[in-house]
Design a protein around this ligand. Sequence first.
Ligand SMILES: [Zn+2]
Length: 298
Amino acid sequence: MRNSKKPSWNRALLIALLILLALLLIFSRGYRAARRAVMPQSRTTTESDISELSKQTDVNDTRQQADLQKPTETMLYNIDRDMLLGFIEPARDTGFVKIIPEHASREGMYMREEAYKAFVRMREAAMMDGVELWIISATRNFNHQKRIWENKWEGRQQLFGGIYATDIADPVERAREILRFSAMPGTSRHHWGTDIDLNSLQNAYFESGQGKKVYNWLLKNAAEYGFCQPYTTHGKNRQGGYEEEKWHWSYMPVASGFLSAFKEMVSYDDIKGFSGWETAAELEVIEDYVLEINSDCL
Ligand SMILES: [Zn+2]
């Protein structure tokens, strides 16, 4: 009798061990996921963090793309100053998702999940009407915007109209010229993960042929999906600020929260860390650029 019982005891012991192992695995995965969820907002991003990104495993790669088809209720973000100023790491932040290559002009771009889901629905509706929308720029962090700004400030990139910023001696006037189309680092709506540039960075594209069809479709339908054009022509809906950008669209249900938070939390002391930052207060970039948007978008 003793001998015949022994194998069943061994089997019970083995099953118990397997259950223990499975529990350990589940707990350690849950712990890592919880750590990832809090980490991006609990610390300040540094330049070395950003350069580390390319080596990190992308936590969002494993997201089910089918998920993007499901509408979600508006998420409440705990917005902090780093999120407003662009000190973010979309590839490691669970609030962001990667834009799939078919929707974009290049790989490796991110949007806040809710904004991207809304874009996907809008894109599908546009397709039904024979209009194709694709993203050419989405979330940009502080360092990305700093590269854009300083390339212009230092004369490495031409400005609109074929001039170079370095030809303008007065720093305030130099900044004002760049500000016609580019935001200072820390003040770009592209930091928020809610704003995208579509199809072309030339207003002319949207003024004839297929581009005009795209723009007219957006004017008629984008609002239904939560999108609006913050930088319209100067005049009826806004007095100044950046020039008209027919390509720039913003997901209002989330962006309006970011804009309110920006008003509350960001001051000129926070706008620094790039060439020409000293001109921000004199140019009143918060009042005259960040807040000077199409009143329909407020
Ligand atoms: Zn833009």
